[in-house]
Design a protein around this ligand. Structure first.
Ligand code: PEP
Length: 259
């Protein structure tokens, strides 16, 4: 078996919560709580309007970095309400969440659009966190792995192995997001293992072994250690439980069992 050297990522998706002032206060508290943490990357995705305050709070340390929750694939132009990679990078944003289930299901984003965003993010030097996941009815119909494959196919379309190895995938079953229902360890490992196998077929084994696959869907302080113990779970993307510093700090301090 290949040694697992993937550095875990603990990522907070704040969705449409927190003003600039609230983001600043949260980060001051969080940094005070996770000072000694090592060998993991902590990522915060605030609302666009809180990026400036968050960036100024995070100056002078490199444990916690910023993500955006979305972006458009064009560099600039007449695209009312959208934001470009360059605009995000002005605030030191390094990562971008793409294809989150709320973007897919509330705002109608499809696989093709998400694939274009992934390529634009990579071209600009941002790291995409590509979200994939099945709905409850897709799972009940036995289509989970097929749905994941379609989302991976579109998300990695046109991405060469050099870029792919730096990308992050987040497996987020739609039925587990914001519901309090978490995938069982067996369900999570089955999906993550399948994603890893797909990546091995699409790229080389060493590339697939470098790609981090996060689990998302009602991750909490009480279940994070169990999820992080799974061989193909390389981190967590956290919504609700990332909104309070105490709870997110505990998630950041999870047991990873990795060196
Ligand atoms: C998410 O928004 O990506 C998410 C996983 O939310 P929650 O943790 O609240 O289920």
């Amino acid at each position: 078996m290949t040694e697992n050297t993937r550095t875990p990522i603990l990522a907070a998706n704040w969705k449409m919560y927190k003003t600039s002032a609230e983001a600043g206060e949260f980060l001051r508290t969080l940094l005070g709580m996770i000072g000694g943490v090592e060998q993991r990357q902590v990522v915060i995705a605030p609302a666009f309007t809180a990026l400036a305050a968050a960036a100024s709070e995070l100056e002078g340390q490199d444990l916690v970095t910023l993500a955006a929750q979305n972006m458009y694939f064009e560099a600039e132009g007449a695209f009312t309400g959208e934001i470009s990679a360059r605009m995000l990078q002005e605030f030191g944003v390094r990562w971008v969440i793409l294809g989150h289930s709320e973007r897919r299901h509330i705002f109608g984003e499809g696989n093709k659009l998400i694939g274009r965003k992934v390529k634009a993010a990579l071209a600009a030097g941002l790291i995409p966190i590509l979200c994939i996941g099945e709905t409850l009815s897709e799972r009940e119909q036995g289509n989970t792995l097929k749905v994941l494959e379609g989302q991976l196919e579109a998300g990695f379309s046109g991405v060469d192995s050099g870029d792919a190895s730096g990308m992050v995938v987040a497996y987020e079953p739609v039925w587990a997001i914001g519901t309090g229902v978490t995938a069982t360890p067996e369900q999570a490992q089955e999906a993550h293992g399948h994603v890893r196998d797909w990546l091995k077929k699409r790229y080389a084994s060493d590339v697939a072994e470098r790609i981090r696959i996060l689990y998302g869907g009602s991750v909490k302080p009480g279940n994070v250690d169990q999820l992080m113990a799974l061989p193909d779970v390389d981190g967590a993307l956290v919504g609700g439980a990332s909104l309070e510093p105490e709870s997110f700090a505990r998630i950041v301090q999870c047991e990873t069992g990795r060196i």
